[in-house]
Design a protein around this ligand. Sequence first.
Ligand code: NAD
Length: 384
Amino acid sequence: MKIGILGSGSMGSGIAQIAATAGHEVILYDKNKEALTKTSKNLRRILNRLVEKGRIDDAAANAIFGRIYLVNNMNAYAECGLIIEAIVENLEIKKSVFQQMESIVRDDCILASNTSSLSIASIAAACEKSERVIGIHFFNPAPLMKLVEIIPAVQTNDKVLEESQKLIDSWGKLTVITKDTPGFIVNRVARPFYAESLRILEEGVADVPTIDWAMTEIAGFRMGPFTLMDYIGNDVNYTVTETVFTAFYFDPRYKPSFTQKRLSEAGYLGRKSGRGFYDYSENAKNVEPIKDIKLGKRIVERIVAMLINEAADAVFWQIASKKDIDLAMTKGVNYPKGLLQWADEIGIPKCVKRIEKLYKKYGEDRYRCSPLLRKMAKKGTTFF
Ligand SMILES: NC(=O)c1ccc[n+]([C@@H]2O[C@H](COP(=O)([O-])OP(=O)(O)OC[C@H]3O[C@@H](n4cnc5c(N)ncnc54)[C@H](O)[C@@H]3O)[C@@H](O)[C@H]2O)c1
């Protein structure tokens, strides 16, 4: 099957590489000629590096590169069985390109969007055959990240869902199915990792390196929340939080942080600008963490309790299956443990107690305990 990719930016070119590696001919279209030239050079460089590392041989690299056709005209999409759109995150522009694509493609061609924050239903609504539209959400960098979220819209046909999942699975990815709600699984369930850490910082409970130390050394996360925010970029991370917050009708649970907003406004974007929560300049001296185990444990308990609450609520609202929620967080963002499994290990009544303690202390809706956790604590049940 020929695969079409719309947009040759960081996501589009990564997805094109995956599909071509899986043996498909790929039609990669971008309206910007310079972007196409840049992508072609980048892809060649990436494939050469894979050869240097011994991951693939020369012939395979040439074959993969040869299967990617860079075009600046959508007409070549006429022969594709699936097209994945990865252009600018703007609903009106996405709607208009989906309409354009529909006038070119075969009747049985599946049209997918890689959007991180827009509703698939609203994109599908722009199409005549809205039942062929689906969300296929890769993570950055796409060739390296194993997880892909598959998002059927209310309009999506079951066969389209089934075929899309089967195809992406055959590319060696791990797929999870999620409801068409803001943030899907990962960008929703992960919010407290950032939000609660920022809150702990803003309250003066602990400083940046101490919170990062607690979350890596005690909780076992690969990166501390502030190191990760600096890595993602404070501008990008803030925007995701703000988008999720707005999309959830300003639910205080997702409230963005002024601290991060100000850093972003100041141009302290993180690694890419040389400064964020940490200073990345040469000879910079960053503050050492206070390695107080008691304080560290308190930090971990608070952040993990809020993460578990979010994951439990995603089960409560039937966003995805319990298995897929845990898979998404362990395989997608490398959490040391699935949050629901973690909840079972801590003990559901203990989790409820921790969350209710926060709620009592602050009296804020942000700390309301998921009804599912409370019910489970009462009944003495576990997730798995
Ligand atoms: N960057 C990430 O971490 C990430 C992760 C998951 C999903 N996404 C989503 O993937 C999509 C693309 O993100 P990105 O980071 O690759 O963007 P990007 O800015 O790197 O690339 C976008 C590309 O689309 C092209 N483009 C813009 N409008 C177009 C149009 N009308 N027709 C054809 N080409 C057009 C641009 O020339 C550019 O090359 C967005 O919807 C984003 O939300 C991004």
